[in-house]
Design a protein around this ligand. Structure first.
Ligand code: SAH
Ligand code: SF4
Ligand code: F3S
Length: 510
């Protein structure tokens, strides 16, 4: 905590006395502290298999509507589906208009400063909604709610926020809403416990074609720049049978694709006493009736031979691996705490490509790490070329309070950071276009999700390698199906094509 924040915190504690917020603060997560967080391996994880909405809450949503705005990664998008499930079970109706809503939740992301700034901007915008409708409840949840500095800032400067709850408290939403209605006071519930595994949560999934399925929560990798291990708690895996049951149920309900989710899926199973890893799980999921199976995100560390062997069997396991490298320079990788070298990463890529010659590889890269030199940045550029990634998400390093990197001296100027990002992005765009152009004239398999965003008579979906395709089709019968599409033209970020035929999916014999 710096001096200014300490002052802010003491202001909050004075205010607390007036308004008596103290009761809430006992739950609030401590600012990220690496030493404490590393001890957490020993804390117990509770597996709660019988989540139920209590009868007394069943009418909470009668004649009320909810609105959730989601920021951040797939984990957050899926958490929103769980919260939508809980709201629906409580009798609320969904709305996509904040003016119409009785509860507005912002499911937030803390990964970079600009992600947080967007949320603060939106909380500010919601002031007028509260003025028009003082009864509306405004809530902040997700990763930012796990940061004490953020909670303090909201309490100090954003009086329009009524509810704050953390990523470990989602299943407590009915209790939190009930308390907000009953007490008419701010409700703040952020547990410092590193999280449990709660099964049987209701979910309202977006669209009926693709589904996210959590396989694990949290992250114990502690890359030195990253806030996630603090906002999402310790690594904890769901049990294989719970995951498989969810996937089988989705397949039976006609879903065509699942993406198995975790911040670091390659650690799957390590916390279970089962001798069972991600490769074993992928093998079991491949044996279900689900037509397409993906996973995200992989860490190059722990990418086992077993997993490569399983992925190479193909079938419903999609030939795309997102494998964040972050940097191509060994000294930078070392201070990032990534635990692999450039050479080891390249060796892994070689192994994967030997087993799966046709695999699509994409990555994440951070530029402008504290003290990154131009030569070190050039190593990232050359690694990109050496691998020939099909696409990348690229970021300027953003210091996150409490992480080790935030304490490092940073002598890279803003101008250099922007310039490096710009040069990297130019290369990424070139590779993306080049990859897409190779599809011109080819027939690809596309899971059609519905009409394209721009035109109703054009349909959109993704190929097995995650390329977006917009294509013409005689009618709506393609929606929710895997179809063959002939690619007519490559655009900068997507493909154009024409419908050829629907692929009939054969069920796997039990
Ligand atoms: N668990 C995933 C990444 C999750 S965060 C993994 O380890 O690969 C998604 C991406 O955001 C990261 O891969 C990284 O490139 C970027 N990122 C994370 N923290 C960041 C920070 N402090 N500044 C800039 N980018 C960051
Ligand atoms: Fe963050 Fe990913 Fe590293 Fe975990 S593995 S600390 S989520 S970058
Ligand atoms: Fe953001 Fe939290 Fe995901 S910080 S990237 S929403 S895990």
């Amino acid at each position: 905590m710096n001096e200014e924040q300490r002052r802010d915190a003491s202001k909050v504690s004075q205010k607390k006395e007036e308004k008596d917020y103290s009761q809430y603060f006992q739950h609030v997560y401590q600012p990220p502290n690496l030493r404490d967080a590393r001890k957490r391996g020993k804390t117990e994880v509770d597996y709660i298999s019988d989540f139920k909405i209590e009868e007394r809450f069943r009418n909470l949503g009668k004649e009320r509507k909810f609105y959730i705005r989601t920021y951040g990664c797939q984990m957050n998008m899926h958490d929103t589906e769980v919260m939508a499930g809980i709201f629906t079970a409580l009798g609320y109706e969904a709305t996509d208009n904040t003016e119409d809503a009785d509860v507005i939740l912002l499911n937030t992301c803390a990964i970079r400063e600009n992600a947080e700034n967007k949320v603060f901007g939106e909380i500010g915008n919601l002031k007028h909604v509260k003025q028009n409708n003082p009864e509306v409840l405004i809530g902040v949840c997700g990763c930012m709610a796990q940061e004490e500095a953020v909670v303090n800032k909201i309490l100090k400067s954003y009086q329009n926020v009524d509810i704050i709850f953390g990523t470990h408290n989602i299943h407590r939403l009915p209790n939190i809403l009930d308390e907000a209605y009953m007490s008419k006071e701010k409700v703040i519930e952020v547990w410092s416990k590193e999280g449990d595994v709660i099964e049987n949560l209701p979910k309202v999934r977006e669209g009926g074609t693709k589904a996210w399925v959590n396989i694990m929560y949290g992250c114990d990798k502690f890359c030195t720049y990253c806030i996630v291990p603090f906002t999402r708690g310790k690594e904890r895996s769901r049990l294989p049978e719970d995951i498989l049951e969810e996937v089988r149920d989705l397949a039976a309900r006609g879903y065509q694709e699942v993406t198995l989710l975790g911040q670091n899926v390659n650690s799957y199973g390590k916390d279970l006493d089962l001798d069972y890893d991600l490769g074993d799980l992928m093998r079991a999921v491949s044996e279900t009736d689900m037509p397409r199976v993906r996973f995200t995100t992989s860490h190059p560390w722990d990418f086992t031979d077993n997993l490569i062997e399983v992925l190479a069997t193909g079938g419903n396991l999609m030939p795309h691996i997102h494998l964040p490298v972050q940097s191509g320079n060994n000294a930078v990788l070392k201070i990032m705490g990534r635990k692999y070298t450039r050479e080891e990463y390249l060796e892994l890529v070689h192994k994967i490509r030997t087993a799966m010659p046709d695999v699509a590889l994409t990555t994440d890269i951070i530029v402008g790490y504290p003290n990154e030199t131009e030569e070190q940045f050039q190593d990232t550029m050359s690694l990109y070329q050496e691998v020939g990634f099909e696409h990348a998400y690229t970021y300027i390093y953003s210091p996150r309070e409490g992480t080790p990197a935030a304490r490092m001296e940073d002598n890279v100027s803003d101008q250099d950071k922007k310039d490096r990002l710009h040069r990297l992005n130019r290369m990424v765009t070139h590779y993306t276009r080049d990859t897409l152009q190779k599809f011109e004239g080819e027939v690809v398999e596309v899971l059609c999700e519905g009409p394209s965003k721009k035109r109703d008579d054009i349909y959109a979906g993704y190929t097995d390698k995650m390329k977006l395709v917009n294509f013409t089709s005689p009618g709506d019968e393609v929606i929710g199906k895997i179809v063959k599409v002939k690619v007519t033209e490559a655009m900068n970020y997507s493909l154009m094509g024409e419908f050829v035929e629907v692929i009939e999916h054969e069920k796997v014999e039990a």
